[in-house]
Design a protein around this ligand. Structure first.
Ligand code: SF4
Length: 464
């Protein structure tokens, strides 16, 4: 996927000013997710679960090479083809060969953020392959020609009226069709596609090293159909998705579903262990299973001692749902496949800080994301690391650097600071508000009033 994060501020402003309905739709949907998540964890020791999940994921990541080799060996024993892709272009090359060798003309795709990350759909279409998204939310944004706006709910920025209009135009449903009627129209079209596609593509929520099992969570049944009906199944799995043991899986399946949508567990969980008729004792399923293990910047991130913890992410979306900044715009403002707090720390690591600024600054640093993360990723700390690096590399604006430099020299000199507090009280608010360095900052915020008295004076007066 092309990265457009440099436009974040302009995109965010445009979405807020020109499409206020996006903010309404995203806020309503994320609030619902948050409420359901709270209910799901109400009777559980969430703290203990998240500490356990953190430990397991951190252990897997710090022994990643061993677990990946173990998973590969188990998969190969069961007849799967395992491919290693260092970059997006490696993924393209591998898929092109599978498509060409098998004369594939039509692909049904299950929801996969990794496939969005590596720009798979446009690539396959450039090879003359028809690609159909089978997750309803993904299908909707495919009709609109848009990238996903949320990790779990790709079309949450779209209203029912938007969806009615596009279905009417593309599928001929009535303009006032009910949600059930819309879903039925999509289902009818997709059912035929499952039966006629030569290849299904999925992601993978988890890859269990001990058994070589790929686990997939969903609610619609489209993943099961995409991975079992077509003759060939290709699973794209990020290398960070490894879990060491089979016994780890059931807890991660529950924690992920509860954090994502508040469900006890996804409506469907598919465990893929090999092609049909393989040693796994599964008579049904595709004739060929290809598992593509994708790096695409993850090894580099893992080697970075200050930010590697971002790789624990299980893509539940809980940090997006709680984030007051994400709620204003939805995901499209971020210009990258992963948005919200996790996007703001993953994007600089996977793509590069220069290419993805100002995403680490797209946060109020309130810390709510850290509180809801089921694998205890210290998101605010990681945002701070990227911000610090941006300053150290001279990537922030010259005005900002000058103002902060001036601020630092004043606040580290008590006498000067006291004098500055007195002088600030004499300057009218309207003047301060329009100073070049404060104009943008103060446009949407209340500017605190300087009292004209020093902190020590206020303290002596007993004002807290
Ligand atoms: S960072 Fe944590 S809360 Fe956010 S998507 Fe990843 S696992 Fe979920």
């Amino acid at each position: 996927m092309e990265v457009h994060s440099g436009d974040y501020r302009a995109r965010a402003r445009r979405i807020i000013e020109e499409t206020p309905e996006v903010r309404e739709a995203v806020t309503a949907a994320t609030r619902t997710f948050v409420e359901h998540r709270l209910e799901a964890f109400a009777d559980l020791d969430e703290d203990a679960l998240s500490h356990w999940a953190e430990r397991v994921k951190s252990h897997a990541l710090t022994h990643l090479a061993d677990y990946l080799e173990e998973a590969e060996a188990r998969l190969v024993e069961r007849g799967a083809h395992v491919h290693w892709a260092e970059s997006a272009s490696d993924v393209h090359r591998i898929l092109e060969r599978i498509v060409r060798d098998n004369g594939v003309k039509k692909v049904v795709k299950a929801k996969s953020m990794l496939s969005e990350e590596v720009g798979l759909n446009p690539f396959l279409e450039s090879c003359g392959v028809e690609v159909l998204e089978t997750d309803l939310g993904e299908y909707i944004i495919q009709l609109f020609g848009e990238p996903p706006s949320h990790i779990v709910g790709p079309s949450i920025h779209r209203s029912l009226d938007d969806i009615r209009a596009i279905f009417h135009e593309r599928l001929g449903t009535p303009r006032d069709a009910s949600p059930e009627r819309l879903a039925a129209a999509a289902r009818e079209l997709l059912r035929n596609a499952f039966l006629t596609a030569e290849m299904g593509i999925s992601g993978g929520n988890f890859l269990v090293a001990e058994t070589g099992s790929i686990a997939l969570i969903e609610n619609e049944g489209n993943i099961r159909l995409s991975t079992s009906v077509p003759r060939i199944h290709v699973a794209l799995v990020g290398i960070e998705k490894v879990l060491p043991k089979w016994d780890d899986l059931s807890i991660f399946l529950q924690v992920t579903a509860k954090s994502a949508t508040g469900q006890p567990v996804g409506c469907f969980v598919s465990i893929i262990q090999g092609p049909g008729g393989s040693a796994a004792g599964e008579p049904d399923g595709p004739e060929e299973l290809h598992v593509v293990l994708v790096d695409n910047g993850r090894s580099r991130l893992l080697a970075d001692p200050e930010v590697w913890e971002a790789l624990r992410c299980v893509r539940c979306g809980a940090c997006l749902n709680i984030c007051p900044v994400y709620r204003q715009t939805g995901g499209h403002a971020y210009g990258y496949v992963y948005s919200g707090p996790i996007g703001a720390i993953l994007a600089p690591g996977l793509v590069g800080l220069e290419e993805t600024l100002p995403l680490p600054f797209a946060s109020t640093h309130c810390g709510a994301c850290k509180d809801v993360c089921p694998v205890r990723i210290p998101i605010p700390d990681l945002l701070h690391v990227w911000r610090k690096r941006a300053v150290e590399r001279g990537l922030t604006s010259g005005v900002e650097r000058s103002v902060l430099g001036l601020w630092a020299s004043v606040v580290t000199r008590p006498a000067l600071f006291g004098l500055a507090e007195k002088v600030a009280g004499l300057i009218p608010d309207q003047v301060v508000r329009h100073l070049p360095m404060l104009r943008e900052w103060s446009a949407g915020r209340e500017l605190p009033r300087a009292t004209g008295r020093t902190f020590r004076e206020l303290w002596d007066e007993g004002i807290e």
